[in-house]
Design a protein around this ligand. Structure first.
Ligand code: CP
Length: 322
């Protein structure tokens, strides 16, 4: 008889932001700030080397299944596991038997026998859902064609470190109504901020995802309307992974949706700009925007490490305090 997870089992997954309560998400962000402080202090030569390194995941192993390319997410999880005293096994596309027809449900149960947590990036969201259903250890979505919840932990942390609580603030997402936009919609609901979205016709977010947060989200006619008076402006590439063949066609359709210094003038004077990266200068952003003082993309990228450590710690150990 095949066995799958039942609702009585206590393992927690992170397939979307909706898998955690708002309180749990705030706990993860708070812990991430602790991890960031510890990371900086450990590397500050002017501080006494008195603290013993906190390694709560000694002896624990994460499996990181990468069916698509990654820099930030991979390094965040791999370095993060090592810094917490654990280890990560990297399984790149072509390394596993998944591509040779081994069913997801079989891989889920095999990896659950060997690992403490499974982290997966794949362009098929269904695979992550099936993995979570059949694995007896936590499963983390490291990005699919539908959602990128790990990125939102870093984005919200970054905003709150610089501007205070995001609750009640207004955010503009400009560009493709795809996985990042969907996760911003979930985030608006979970953290209680207003989200304005501007996308070219034919690239709007999924209607079901949109409807799930209708009290918090507004789809705008154009980018200028969306950014008017907002606290944060966010964009993503015009051709995400899996859409590279449509690049030329998309560049034409998205040309009025570039985020540049002139567009940001309509946002609040103390507004911030974020991008999950990698960025395509001259396409979704101007050549110079990443160097603009309103851009906080390097801090945001760094927070991928700390927030992913906090996430794994939460999923494996629950609410913890150093
Ligand atoms: N933003 C992001 O997920 O980066 P990587 O694709 O490099 O992991």
């Amino acid at each position: 008889m095949q066995t799958k997870q039942t609702k009585t089992q206590t393992k927690r997954d992170f397939v979307t932001l909706l898998d955690c309560s708002p309180e749990e998400l705030n706990h993860i962000i708070t812990r991430s700030r602790d991890w960031r402080t510890a990371f900086k202090n450990e590397r500050n030569p002017s501080l006494p080397n008195a603290q013993e390194r906190y390694e709560p995941l000694r002896g624990r192993t994460a499996g990181l299944v990468l069916e698509a390319n990654s820099t930030r997410t991979r390094v965040g999880f791999e370095a993060g596991m090592q810094q917490m005293g654990g280890h990560a096994v990297i399984l790149k596309s072509g390394d596993t038997q998944l591509g040779r027809g081994e069913p997801v449900r079989d891989m889920a149960r095999v990896l659950s026998e060997m690992l403490d947590i499974i982290i997966i990036r794949t362009l098929s969201h269904d695979i992550v859902e099936e993995l979570a259903e059949w694995a007896s250890v936590p499963v983390v979505n490291a990005m699919t064609d539908r959602f990128h919840p790990c990125q939102l932990l870093a984005d919200v942390q970054t905003f709150e470190e610089m501007r205070g609580p995001i609750n009640g603030k207004t955010v503009a997402f400009i560009g493709d109504g795809y996985n990042m936009c969907h996760s911003y919609i979930n985030a608006a609901k979970q953290w209680g901020f207003n989200l304005r979205i501007a996308c070219p016709e034919g690239f709007e977010p999924d209607q079901e995802v949109l409807a799930s947060a209708s009290n918090f989200v507004q789809v705008c006619e154009n980018a200028a309307t969306a950014v008017d008076g907002v606290d944060l402006v966010v964009t993503d590439v015009w051709s995400s992974m899996g859409h590279e063949a449509e690049q030329a066609q998309r560049n034409a359709k998205f040309k009025d949706y570039q985020v540049n210094e002139q567009l940001l003038e309509a946002a609040k004077p103390d507004s911030l700009f974020m991008h999950c990266l990698p960025a395509h200068r001259g396409e979704e952003i101007s050549e110079t925007l990443l160097e603009d003082p309103r851009s906080v993309v390097w801090h945001e990228a760094g927070n991928r490490l700390h927030s992913q450590k906090a996430l794994v710690e939460f999923l494996l150990l629950g609410h913890t305090k150093v």
